[in-house]
Design a protein around this ligand. Structure first.
Ligand code: NAD
Length: 327
């Protein structure tokens, strides 16, 4: 572990903001390099400005820093992607192929890339999407992730590149705001609750989607990356399930602490994307192959989100009995 030199590409985003301190705590501050096309808002002496579409810049960085592992997070997400389908395809696949080629030619030992539940289309079993479902995604984002999964398997079989991947569900976290996905509402809703504002939801009641709390997503990522290579039998991407919920289920949990919390439903184009995705995925292979088990369900995640955001906004804790603002 101590000799690994890790590069996180897309480190300023929702996942990177949590993954960076998590990996630095495990591998050492010096061993984990953050890279992104945007500068971070806080000073980080181990940050590198990088456009991962630039294959030469990426190769030079990997060579200069003797990188042994890459976590490739950079992508345009599902909802934002629909504004520019071809551009999204281009960025998502080009950056990924650059990472594969650099890893292969520079002898990078391990690569992680996140896929998504967006690889599934409306044809799958929506109550328990099977690992090996026929993938017929309806978004450019889903198309790009499905293609990248197959390229990952190709590089594993053809070149022996040790590449590992998870099909993340919607990730709920408090560190940063999410980056333009279809499950973003499930993060925004907690901010509005703590700020005691009415929340306008872009999905309608009854829209059940698979979600996962960030702590669980990080745990799953590390478990997969640290598993012996022989345990990792799926080299496209593993289904991963945290818990599944609808907007009204989250509201109901929030109202245990903020009884006056109000929601308005105003579905937009993201409803069609959500309707094309499964309500739950079957992650039996992750459980069997490397021991995955989700720790957080909706109730425990709600407490963590509200507590963390109360601290962030300086709101005296409702969870410990008093609900007045500190400022
Ligand atoms: P995000 O949009 O919050 O962050 C992506 C980061 O990549 C941004 O900081 C952006 O500046 C950077 N980036 C974009 N283009 C780049 C480029 N050309 N070169 C370098 N950096 C670039 O996304 P996220 O939510 O952190 O997601 C990270 C990954 O996880 C993505 O691949 C996404 O598809 C996947 N994923 C996320 C979720 C989720 O709920 N957040 C769910 C499933 C899969």
């Amino acid at each position: 572990m101590a000799t690994d030199k890790i590069l996180i590409i897309g480190a300023n985003g929702q996942i990177g903001s949590a993954l960076l301190p998590y990996l630095r705590a495990l591998y050492g501050e010096e061993q984990v390099i953050a890279a992104d096309i945007r500068r971070p808002t806080t000073v980080d002496s181990r940050f590198e400005l990088l456009d991962a579409s630039d294959a030469q810049a990426l190769a030079a960085l990997v060579r200069r820093l003797d990188i042994t592992q890459i976590y490739h997070l950079a992508a345009i997400l599902s909802a934002n992607g629909e504004a520019d389908p071809l551009g999204t395809w281009d960025i998502n696949t080009r950056t990924f192929l650059n990472v594969l080629e650099v890893a292969r030619t520079q002898g990078v030992q391990k690569v992680f890339f996140p896929s998504s539940i967006a690889v599934f289309g409306p044809n799958v079993n929506r109550e328990a999407a099977d690992q090996f479902s026929y993938l017929a995604p309806t978004t450019t984002y889903g198309l790009s992730k499905a293609a990248c999964e197959n390229w990952a398997a190709y590089y594993f079989h053809r070149y022996g590149l040790d590449i590992r991947s998870l099909r993340y569900p919607g990730i709920i976290s408090h560190e940063t705001l999410p980056g333009g996905g279809t499950t973003d509402y499930a993060v925004d809703i907690f901010h509005k609750a703590v700020l005691q504002e009415t929340f306008t939801c872009f999905l309608k009641q009854g829209t059940v989607l698979p979600m996962i709390y960030m702590e669980d997503a990080l745990l799953a990522t590390l478990q997969l990356m640290e598993a012996p290579a022989s345990f990792v039998r799926i080299r496209t991407s593993y289904n991963l399930q945290g818990f599944s919920c609808s907007p009204e289920a989250i509201v109901s949990e929030i109202r245990n602490y903020f009884p006056k919390f109000k929601i308005i439903y105003a579905p937009d184009f993201r409803q069609a994307i959500a309707d094309s995705w499964p309500r739950r995925v079957d992650d039996i292979h992750a459980r069997n192959d490397w021991g995955w088990k989700a720790r957080f369900q909706l109730d425990a995640m709600t407490v963590k989100m509200l507590t963390s955001l109360e601290q962030r906004y300086g709101v005296t804790s409702v969870l410990s009995g008093s609900s007045s603002y500190a400022v």
